[in-house]
Ligand binder design. Structure first.
Ligand SMILES: Nc1ncnc2c1ncn2[C@@H]1O[C@H](COP(=O)(O)OP(=O)(O)OP(=O)(O)O)[C@@H](O)[C@H]1O
Ligand SMILES: [Mg+2]
Length: 151
């Protein structure tokens, strides 16, 4: 699906459609087989990765204001489970050099919990630890208010 968003309202709508795509199906494996849903947000500076994550968080039930995790690398939010997720983990890997740096943030443990939705900006920086079933979204800056979003 490739869409050009012309304003924030359209980006919200795209986030809503995407939320239905990743809705965690009941009966998702638990225990040994369990794995989080990990979304990779690819795209240049200012292409809308954080804005999209904020819109998605709101849809999934995040109550707090979601600010960019650029400086803290990772932010964690509780969810109410409506979409099958109990926690949203928002990571900005821009300042990281390799995936190993994520391991100190409990990344492995987080990815083995099917109740987690993990969204990673700049996933290419930590390509060595991304799961094979990463769900990619590509963002492109078109003009001041236009962003192409493809998933
Ligand atoms: N149609 C649109 N959809 C989303 N954001 C838009 C749109 N038009 C303009 N914007 C603006 O573009 C900016 C996108 O910034 P955002 O922080 O989301 O980018 P980013 O991809 O996370 O960048 P970074 O790599 O620096 O973290 C915001 O200021 C937002 O208001
Ligand atoms: Mg960002």
């Amino acid at each position: 699906m490739k869409i050009v968003s012309k304003n924030l309202g359209e980006t919200n709508k795209i986030a809503e459609d995407f939320s239905n795509k990743i809705k965690n199906p009941l009966g998702r494996p638990q225990g040994e087989e369990a794995s989080a849903t990990v979304v990779g947000l690819f795209g240049d500076l200012g292409s809308g990765k954080t804005t999209f994550t904020q819109a998605l968080g709101k849809i999934l039930g995040v109550k707090e204001v979601m600010t960019s995790p650029t400086f803290v690398i990772e932010k964690r939010y509780d969810l109410d489970g409506r979409f099958g997720f109990k926690r949203l983990v928002h990571i900005d890997a821009y300042r990281l050099e390799k995936g190993k740096e994520l391991l100190s943030l409990n990344f492995i443990e987080d990815t083995t919990n099917s109740e987690n939705l993990i969204l990673i900006e700049w996933p290419e920086r930590v390509g060595d630890v991304l799961p094979a079933d990463l769900v990619p979204i590509n963002f492109k800056f078109i003009s001041e208010f236009e962003r192409e979003i493809e998933y």
